[in-house]
Design a protein around this ligand. Structure first.
Ligand SMILES: Nc1ncnc2c1ncn2[C@@H]1O[C@H](COP(=O)(O)OP(=O)(O)OP(=O)(O)O)[C@@H](O)[C@H]1O
Length: 223
């Protein structure tokens, strides 16, 4: 569960988030939507303690961000995940998996590579991977940690239609996950999300996908 209450953020004198509140319930898939520059990345960075939270509170699964333990509750997939191009897909996953305590769970490694449909390509250097494969590997690394809470920054950005469908179908297949993903595509929001958190002029409103389509979409907020 994500609980954001009265969060504000300014860059110099420019107020980007103005007393933003949002609850994402357990097992909910919620899209984070707003025009370019609306403050989506800023909010995500505050949620991950990548920016200092000065006003308001953010709790992830009941743990306030900045307090010990919150990092273990959440995994984040940035828009561009930095992989090692000269390592294979499997070696990349192995590297990130081992960062926690130096060990790798071999069964889990296989399970996640199969889940993101890279088992057959695991021995190939990632410099030879397509954009879609790179993004699926990033997703596999994220899922290796088995956190209940997932935050994804434009997970299908720059992918061709097939690459997007592959990412969406993996996300759709996940069980017992609470997911917040930023997106500019109503078709993908429609396919996998139940709710939309809409940022506009520094304010946040939450809608069901149906409400969002009827009330907001004619404002032309999405690509
Ligand atoms: N480090 C910074 N210093 C000053 N202004 C910033 C900084 N980071 C972001 N901004 C500004 O804050 C506003 C919100 O940016 P942010 O990246 O959070 O928006 P976004 O909704 O993620 O945009 P996009 O959809 O284009 O990724 C923008 O006007 C941006 O120019």
């Amino acid at each position: 569960m994500i609980e954001i209450r009265d969060v504000s953020h300014s860059y110099q004198k420019k107020k980007v988030l103005d007393s933003v509140s949002l609850i994402v319930e357990k097992n909910e898939l919620c899209a984070l939507v707003g025009r370019n520059g609306a403050g989506k990345s800023t909010l995500i960075h505050l949620m991950l303690d990548l920016l200092p939270l000065k006003t308001g509170t953010i709790q992830l699964n009941g743990i306030p961000v900045q307090k010990p333990g919150w990092k273990k509750t959440v995994s984040y997939l940035p828009e561009k995940f930095q992989l090692y191009p000269n390592l294979t897909g499997e070696e990349n996953l192995r590297f990130f998996a081992s960062l926690e305590d130096g060990t790798v769970d071999e069964d889990k490694l296989e399970e996640k590579l199969k889940l993101v449909r890279l088992w057959e390509d695991r021995k190939e250097q990632v410099s030879g991977y397509s954009k879609g494969m790179l993004q699926r590997l990033g997703l596999g690394i994220m899922l290796y940690f088995d956190t209940e809470l997932l935050i994804l920054d434009e997970p299908t950005s720059g992918l061709d239609p097939i690459g997007r469908i592959e990412i969406l179908s993996i996300l759709k297949s996940l069980e017992n996950k609470t997911i917040l993903l930023s997106s500019h595509h109503i078709d993908e929001i429609n396919q996998i999300c139940s709710h939309v958190a809409y940022l506009k002029d520094g304010k946040m409103e939450k809608y069901t996908v149906e409400e969002f389509e009827t009330k907001i979409l004619n404002e032309g907020v999405l690509a």
